[in-house]
Design a protein around this ligand. Structure first.
Ligand code: CA
Length: 248
């Protein structure tokens, strides 16, 4: 998996950046703009030649299908002035497999085995494993939903005895409707503040990551989906599937 980050959408007068997938032959690429997910693309480049060591090429292309094509006047500069592309960092890592790091029932194919749900007000039954609209992989996914009653549910898994290091969680989400909050989050102790990624609205399965967290030797992680929905939320739902725990 290759993560592609770029900045510029919120820059007002700055030209928007366009991405091209033609220069990388990973089997999937996640595109982000100003840290927001733009798109996830999966490719079939699994031929032998694409499994060899290869290079990243960073270039600046102005305009594209996602952000439109600016007119030449909009990007014209005085004679002698230059446009620059500033690259803050390039991240390259192998995908952390849920199995390799010991996540239990990462795809919810065994119901809620390995997962617990907490609720402050007895509405934890909003969290279920089901097949509605299909899983990201397999048949089942986690769902947070009720037919219309308000709820708050925190569906989580814990892992202890971890090697020292920096970790993050990844999962695939669909989400619609209205929530008081909807968070993919991770904590390094039961009473620690959570590191949170607020979920957006996703009509199709979209990859979301928690912030990276650092744990000491023999460390602990508690991670999962925490959502709270108001009354009349019958059309509000979250589906989560294929959770991965990644050690960076
Ligand atoms: Ca699944």
């Amino acid at each position: 998996m290759l993560d592609v980050f770029a900045c510029g959408r919120s820059g007002g007068s700055h030209p928007q950046l366009a991405f091209s997938s033609h220069y990388a032959y990973a089997n999937s690429i996640v595109f982000r703009l100003d840290k927001d997910f733009v798109s996830t693309a999966t490719f079939g480049h699994n031929e032998t030649e694409f499994q060899q060591p290869h290079h990243l090429i960073l270039n600046l292309a102005i305009g594209g299908n996602w952000c439109g094509h600016p007119s030449p006047d909009a990007i014209d500069l005085p004679w002698g002035a230059k446009k620059t592309m500033e690259v803050e960092s390039v991240c390259w890592y192998q995908p952390g497999g849920a199995q390799s790091l010991g996540l239990t029932n990462a795809g919810f194919e065994q119901g809620l085995t390995g997962w617990d749900t907490w609720s402050p007000n007895g509405t934890g039954s909003a969290a279920i494993s089901e097949t509605y609209n299909g899983g990201h992989s397999g048949s089942f996914h986690l769902t947070h939903w009720t037919s219309g009653s308000p709820f708050e549910a925190w569906t989580y898994q814990t892992k202890s005895g971890l090697q020292a290091g920096t970790y993050k969680l990844r999962a695939w989400f669909r989400k619609g409707g209205t929530f008081d909050f909807a968070r993919f989050q991770v904590k390094t102790c039961g009473s620690c503040a959570a590191s949170v990624s607020d979920l957006g609205t996703y009509s199709g399965y979209t990859l979301v990551e928690t912030p990276a967290v650092t744990v000491p030797a023999n460390g602990y992680l508690e991670f999962g989906l925490h959502s709270k929905a108001p009354t009349h939320n019958g059309s509000s739902f979250i589906h989560m599937d294929d959770v991965e725990r990644v050690r960076l």
